[in-house]
Ligand binder design. Structure first.
Ligand code: KIV
Ligand code: NA
Length: 277
């Protein structure tokens, strides 16, 4: 299996071959995504909630995201690796955006970075691309700024709102983004925008018209116990068997059924005699 390249994504869109993206946040989840044959792995700032326990994506830091991205890099061979720039790490200036993006590429091994919103993010995207770093845009529901867009709700439910989303999407494309994420956009609005965009669009809660889909690792595997949005399909319920396994271990320890002889190391008899005097 060859490594996925940016050219592959363009070809996939041209051939209407769906692009598969999933998040991963550490070495084992990266290895699982790779073995499953996905095209793009996103170290999403959803890590803030799924693996770091924050109650939104706002507080996660660059250093936290760099550590997770580096771990994913070590577990990944074939998929393209995209890392989210955390809230506050790119909004201040083009210089700040480029400097942060460079750390994800050079220090953590990401192939590309993702930033949220239109508006000032369009200029930030242009600056990062000009520095030679591929950028993925993200429009619709943008969790980093949920507070200023009316909370965690679908975006583009009216024609006027849909136009705003489209203008951001097109501006990000024209700024040089190689792909876009559409999050929580009514299917009708997403479908109307698709023929007007040239770059691949990966949807999450944006219906079937996008060029690909993305889901959060812990959501699709049924590990995360927080709020589950409408667009999530759970392909497994791993939280319950994980709890059951740890509980079985606890029970074994408490009832002296673990460890058994096969879990023990042995000392040669002569050494044991010396030890015992
Ligand atoms: O952080 C994340 O997981 C994301 C995806 C939902 C697109 O941004
Ligand atoms: Na994100």
């Amino acid at each position: 299996r060859p490594r996925v390249t940016f050219g592959h994504l363009t070809d996939m869109k041209a051939h209407s071959e769906p692009i598969v993206m999933v998040t991963a946040y550490d070495y084992p989840s990266a290895q699982i995504a790779d073995a499953a044959g996905v095209d793009i792995v996103l170290v999403g700032d959803s890590a803030a909630m799924t693996v770091l326990g924050y109650d939104s994506t706002v507080p996660v830091t660059v250093d936290e995201m760099l550590m997770l991205t580096a771990a994913v890099r070590r577990g990944l061979r074939h998929p393209l690796l995209v890392a989210d720039l955390p809230f506050g790490s790119y909004e201040v200036s083009d210089e700040q955006a480029v400097a942060t993006a460079l750390r994800f590429i050079k220090d953590a091994g990401a192939d590309a970075v993702k930033i949220e919103r239109g508006g000032t993010s369009v200029e930030r995207a242009r600056a990062i691309v000009a520095a030679g770093i591929p950028v993925m845009g993200h429009v619709g529901l943008t969790p980093q700024t949920a507070a200023s867009i009316g909370g965690y709700r679908a975006q583009g439910r009216t024609a006027e709102e849909a136009h705003v989303v489209f203008h951001s999407a097109r501006a990000l494309q024209n700024a040089g983004c190689f792909a876009l994420v559409f999050e929580a956009i009514p299917s009708e609005a997403a479908a109307a925008m698709m023929p007007l965009l040239e770059v691949p669009v990966i949807g999450i809660g944006a219906g079937p018209a996008t060029d690909g889909q993305v889901l959060v690792f812990h959501d699709l595997l049924g590990i995360y116990d927080g709020h589950v949005p409408r667009f999530v399909k759970r392909y497994a319920e791993l939280r319950a068997p994980m709890i059951a396994a740890v509980a079985a271990y606890a029970e074994d320890v408490r009832t002296h059924r673990y460890p058994q002889p096969e879990h023990e190391y042995a000392m040669p008899r002569a050494e044991t005699q010396l030890l015992m005097g």
